[in-house]
Design a protein. Structure first.
Length: 589
């Protein structure tokens, strides 16, 4: 049995097909004369044009196969390919080092890839594959021209590879692939996103996959537990046959929920929002009938580039999302940089403790030009669409007051330029550090809405870095201390009359749904892929029962006891609204 990380849930059995598409392509390198520099520039521009044509073809092909949502991956790669700063750096390397363009492309792209691969933040590490893929495609265009549009693999195969680069994944006969197993990659990589969109089970981070698996081996991929069985016993195969049938039945049942309302058993309708990272995610949110976007993380716009995006570039990205979601709720969060969230082109002083380093709104207030540029883009979008602005990692009221002053300055500048904006655009605060949670009553008066970010809140409350193997076991969202703090935040927001949304990973686990509703939360924002499971949990909950459940949980002394309570609650059949003559029974419309 091989262990890895489940990045796209599911179970599959099939025959291994080992795909050679990893790193380490040999690159020709030669010295050139000064008179040859212009010729290398022409070669680069021609290769970029060929590579862009390939990406457009792949984008069209993928759009036909699984829709526009994931086809946008290659839109992002085209942005990387067309980045002027990246092109300039390649040409500067050619000129200064007097080397051929292949050598310059290899050096520049390898540098960007290495920087991203070493980033502490998993999302940025996931972008390394995109940079590498673009560099690989450009080298191929320089060497041989366009590549084959389709990679043939046997029907029913489980693809095993070092790393599934997005372009390779797109060229597979996706209908024939039962699962993916990779040595590299994580849940944030685009190949993982593609796998989840296809509903294809995938396990990444399996170090010995290529040494322990050969083409033709019989595999079972358990992308729930994150394990892979190689040539398993028949008894194990029979057990997984039963599990696969159960999972298939569960998925089919959840699909019926898409057009049903998000209403509790006692008839209370609740908004169910989506968390997204980029424009293509908004399409997935709409497919699952999201009531809006509770958290639009803007880091993607920064991570796919080699320099800061301009105001107009940010406006274009944000305006596109706002048009697609209009008139639904849309909350843009200011870019959250610093700590473990780094950009290769934005070096920050080293920190002895990245978890407590300068980040979020503190960093933006120190780099006010960066803050102003993004605020200008946000405000321009607000002229035509109902958007809100969310401040990350707020510590207290001074953070909010300083940002409001910068907002006023930006509004004055836009007015002087004759540019339209909503002067009353709502401004909210992320509650993700203990100081903000403890000061909730005062802080709530300074903002228009609040968002509860449990990912960092749990980390800070319990002094447990979830990325650190030595402390990860202490990262417990169900710890009673966390639950009591959440209850306090809910009460503080309610007393101030402020809308509160929970948008952390905790909200996306259906095991937690009844507990969160019992603590008083009435607006949940989750990943698009989690929406149907959470909707199902809401439709199986009575608020009075949820309040009793929360009361019991708050009296317990450990996260393990709370989890046991929730598991027991989940096993008890819910009350049936139909018996009480109430709307919203799970089987109803």
């Amino acid at each position: 049995m091989l262990k890895g990380t489940a990045v796209s849930a599911g179970v599959a059995q099939g025959t291994a097909y080992v795909l050679a598409c990893g790193y380490g392509t040999a690159v020709p390198q030669r010295s050139i004369r000064a008179s040859q520099v212009d010729g290398e520039r022409v070669r680069l521009d021609s290769a970029v044009a060929r590579a862009e044509a390939e990406l457009l073809a792949l984008q069209d092909d993928l759009r036909e196969k699984i829709g526009p949502t994931q086809a946008d991956i290659f839109g992002a790669q085209r942005l990387i390919l067309g980045d002027a700063a990246l092109r300039d750096r390649v040409l500067r390397t050619v000129q200064e080092k007097r080397v051929n363009v292949e050598a310059a492309v290899s050096e520049v792209f390898e540098d960007y890839t290495s920087n991203l691969e070493s980033a502490p933040d998993g999302y940025l590490r996931g972008r390394a594959a995109d940079i590498h893929d673009v560099g690989r495609r450009l080298l191929s265009a320089l060497a041989t021209g366009p590549r084959s549009a389709r990679a043939e693999i046997p029907a029913g195969a489980i693809v095993v590879a070092d790393e599934l680069l997005p372009s390779v994944t797109a060229r597979l006969q996706l209908d024939d692939v039962r699962a993916f197993v990779t040595v590299r990659g994580n849940k944030f990589s685009h190949s993982s996103i593609l796998a989840r969109s296809l509903g294809t089970p995938a396990v990444a981070g399996v170090p010995s996959a290529l040494s322990q698996i050969k083409t033709g081996d019989r595999l079972i991929v358990d992308a729930v537990a994150g394990v892979v069985f190689v040539n398993p016993e028949s008894s194990i195969e029979r057990e997984y046959d039963r599990l696969a049938a159960d999972l298939k039945s569960s998925k089919e049942r959840l699909r019926h929920l898409i057009d049903l309302s998000t209403v509790t058993l006692d008839g209370t309708t609740l908004p169910l929002l989506a968390n997204v990272n980029k424009f293509s995610d908004t399409e997935a949110a709409l497919l699952n009938k999201a009531d809006g976007i509770g958290l639009y993380r803007t880091e993607f716009t920064f991570s796919i580039r080699s320099t800061f995006p301009t105001e107009d570039e940010q406006f274009e990205f944000l305006e596109r999302a706002a048009e697609r979601m209009h008139p639904r709720k849309l909350v843009f969060r200011l870019v959250d940089l610093g700590g473990d969230k780094i950009l290769p082109y934005f070096p920050l002083p080293p920190s002895r403790n990245p978890s407590l380093a300068e980040r979020g709104i503190r960093l933006l207030l120190r780099h006010v030009d960066l803050l102003k540029t993004q605020l200008r883009a946000f405000l321009r979008v607000s002229a035509s669409h109902p958007v809100s602005i969310l401040l990350p990692v707020v510590v207290g009221i001074e953070d909010v007051r300083q940002v409001r002053e910068v907002v006023r300055q930006v509004q004055d500048e836009l007015s002087a330029e004759g540019k339209r904006f909503d002067a009353a655009v709502p401004i909210g605060a992320m509650i993700e550090v203990p100081s903000a949670a403890l000061m909730i009553r005062s802080l709530a008066k300074e903002v228009d809405f609040l968002s509860l970010g449990t990912n960092d809140l749990v980390q800070y409350v319990l002094a447990a870095d979830r990325e650190d193997e030595t402390t990860a076991s202490y990262y417990q969202p169900l710890h009673p201390a966390v639950l009591r703090l959440i209850e306090s935040v809910v009460e503080g927001a309610s007393s101030a009359g402020r809308e509160l949304t929970i948008c952390g990973e905790m909200a996306g686990d259906p095991l937690h749904t009844a507990l969160l509703l019992g603590l008083g939360l009435r607006e949940l924002s989750v990943a698009p892929g989690q929406m149907l499971e959470v909707k199902d949990a809401i439709r199986r909950t009575r608020l009075d029962e949820a309040r009793r459940l929360a009361g019991k949980a708050l009296e317990l002394g450990s996260a393990g006891e709370v989890e046991a309570l929730l598991n027991e609650h989940q096993r008890v059949p819910p009350s049936r609204a139909a018996k009480d003559g109430l709307p919203g029974a799970p089987e109803g419309p």
